[in-house]
Design a protein around this ligand. Sequence first.
Ligand SMILES: Cc1cc2nc3c(=O)[nH]c(=O)nc-3n(C[C@H](O)[C@H](O)[C@H](O)COP(=O)(O)O)c2cc1C
Length: 350
Amino acid sequence: MQLGAFTLPNALFAAPMAGVTDRPFRKLCKRLGAGYAVSEMVTSRPDLQDSLKTSRRANHDGESDPIAVQIAGTEAAMMADAARYNIDRGAQIIDINMGCPAKKVCNKWAGSALMQDEALAIDIVQAVVAACEPHGVPVTLKMRTGWCASMRNAPTLALAAESAGIQMLTVHGRTREQGYKGEAEHDTVAHIKSRVRIPVVANGDIDSPRKARDVLQRTGADAIMIGRAAQGRPWIFREIAHFLATGEELPPPDLSEVRTWLLEHLEDHYGLYGEFTGVRSARKHLGWYANALPLPLGAAAVFRGRINELTTCEAQLRCVSDSLDEWRDTHEALVTPDEPGSGTRWKLAA
Ligand SMILES: Cc1cc2nc3c(=O)[nH]c(=O)nc-3n(C[C@H](O)[C@H](O)[C@H](O)COP(=O)(O)O)c2cc1C
């Protein structure tokens, strides 16, 4: 797939998730098969640009191209400035957030709330496109299917955004009103795909190789984007890539491989956040990893309890390393998935 000057290696994208898809996690997803990863949203408010949180989010050291940065806000001029600010710091693609359901984005209704005000949404798109064009930086848009059941205006907005210069559209198959409830629908993506010429990316509830294939087939989308299913399981990208290429399940990674990835993830994470914040913010990732791994009943909870008590990088690294060695030695993981197409599912030997 082509996006501006970039040819993406595959059609498997890691979703922007605030507090999750930071630079270390994006790098790991890309290493394990994601062809593209979008940063957590960065505020467009200039007064917050020098905050530690924003500067960490604008850090792309060691990340492979293309560097895609998502911006969020409600004012066209501010969003254009935010685009320029991030381009100066290495952004090669700017993504506009019209998908986030959080009430407080930039202390105002931003994200998916913009879908309620189509005129403002398009003003923002035009301003950001005009700011990015001189730099040859493509602008993309991520949205939901609409604001609520009675205002499912993603198709209208998609056409207007395309005319305004958007070069790729991602659609999460829920309205803002739905939050994360119910099941994502992908018929709206199929409908949008049939009406626009730019690449369309399907997003929502894709959590296995089989689901990935079904959504791609059903929507005709150019790519799929995966969020929550990659938490604690970034190797889902290579599992999907393998399944799409061969029609066969990739065996789950062995625990020695997982140990290497986790330790590398932690080192990179501490490098970005420092010891105090790094040890604490790594806990959620470690909890997700424990949930995704083939552990005996109760072991994930014991592991989380231990991890939550540790306050130094060294102790956390040692705990992760020792735990994985212990699990690998004491529990033989069978490589047969529970059900075909369900992705990584280990069964423990009795
Ligand atoms: C913790 C979390 C943070 C998120 N942050 C963002 C964000 O910053 N920008 C955005 O466009 N979407 C954000 N999302 C939405 C995801 O990108 C994605 O659209 C949604 O989770 C549906 O995909 P999934 O079912 O694969 O998780 C977030 C989702 C989660 C769970």
